[in-house]
Design a protein. Structure first.
Length: 103
């Protein structure tokens, strides 16, 4: 199950990498002068902030995945318990035999 969480985080990471590549392409193709574009790309603060946002989003997605998995397991356990109780009740009624008709 741990590999499932890592796969989901990996997909989210690839998603953000694609977004960063798209943003970089947009900056390179923007109608600005070369000097303005180089100044914008040269600031490592932009890249640092983008990486921080991507890391935070990936962490939150992992947390949400874990919480939803726990909730699913709880609901599955409740359903199985109810199903077993129903089976036991049915067996008890079948052991009692047929009920006489009401007059």
């Amino acid at each position: 199950m741990a590999s499932d969480r890592n796969d989901a985080g990996g997909y989210l990471g690839w998603f953000f990498l694609g977004g960063l590549i798209g943003a970089a392409a947009g900056l390179l193709l923007a109608p600005k002068t070369g000097r303005e574009t180089r100044e914008l790309l040269g600031s490592s603060d932009f890249a640092r902030r983008a990486q921080a946002v991507a890391t935070e989003a990936q962490g939150r997605a992992g947390e949400l995945l874990d919480k939803s998995r726990e909730l699913f397991e709880e609901q599955t356990q409740r359903l199985m318990t109810a199903f077993e109780a129903g089976k036991d009740a049915m067996r008890d009624e079948m052991r009692k035999g047929p009920t006489p008709p009401r007059a």
